[in-house]
Design a protein. Sequence first.
Length: 274
Amino acid sequence: MKRTIFITGASRGFGKIWAQAFLERGDNVIATSRDIGQLAYLSKQYGTALLPIELDITNKAEVITAVNLAKEHFGTIDVVINNAGYCLFGAVEENSEEEARALFEVNVFGTLWVTQAILPIFRQQGKGHLIQLSSVMGINTLPTMGLYSATKFAVEGFSEALQAEVKDFGIHVTLIEPNSFKTEFFGSSAVESQSIDAYAKVTADFRSGEGIKPENIGDPNATVEAILHIVDAENPPLRLMLGKLAYPWTQYTYGEKLASWEALKEVSAKAHGH
């Protein structure tokens, strides 16, 4: 069945790969980016099936206009993929106020504005699928990626609550949780804070860790089958991990958390007071 899919951050990384995959199989795509010039080759190849929209997702008014334009153009929007975002590297003490606020504006508030803009349309239609690009870092943490994790934890939190709020409207919510992939994540999609000498060893240890070894960084083109599966699912899941490291890492992390809570459960219960 032909679908109409709205994707943010579609000029590179997962967004670009997925947009092309949808177009290739005959779907309509609304591709948003701050630089739609990078989408010109798709317009030439797929013509009216693609609607490129220049969009700054941190501007709520722009987001509302873009979503309404897309709905008016194609008559419906079946799926929204909140893909736009970037990473901030640096120890928590190293992250500046400007960097932290800018990161949250894009990764959290930008995602929220698109989410809020599409929900009235989905409710009116009585159907819709909202796909949030979270991260394995939204359920785990690493040194020097604390603020990035905080943004993805936030997206996980409001999206899980949202799923319970909108399920009776025929709206589905899915969180995509990739491990590292060979996109621009470590390059043009990242910002690095000014270093503090005290954290030199922590940073060096992170950069030599298992997670960023070439064999542990996935091929983003290999995610197409998974994203098509989720978009086509009659009852899509709340969560989908991408990559071979995401599940075992998370299994270990939550095993450790459960063990910690279990060890102190009597102290916790006593704190209830009655």
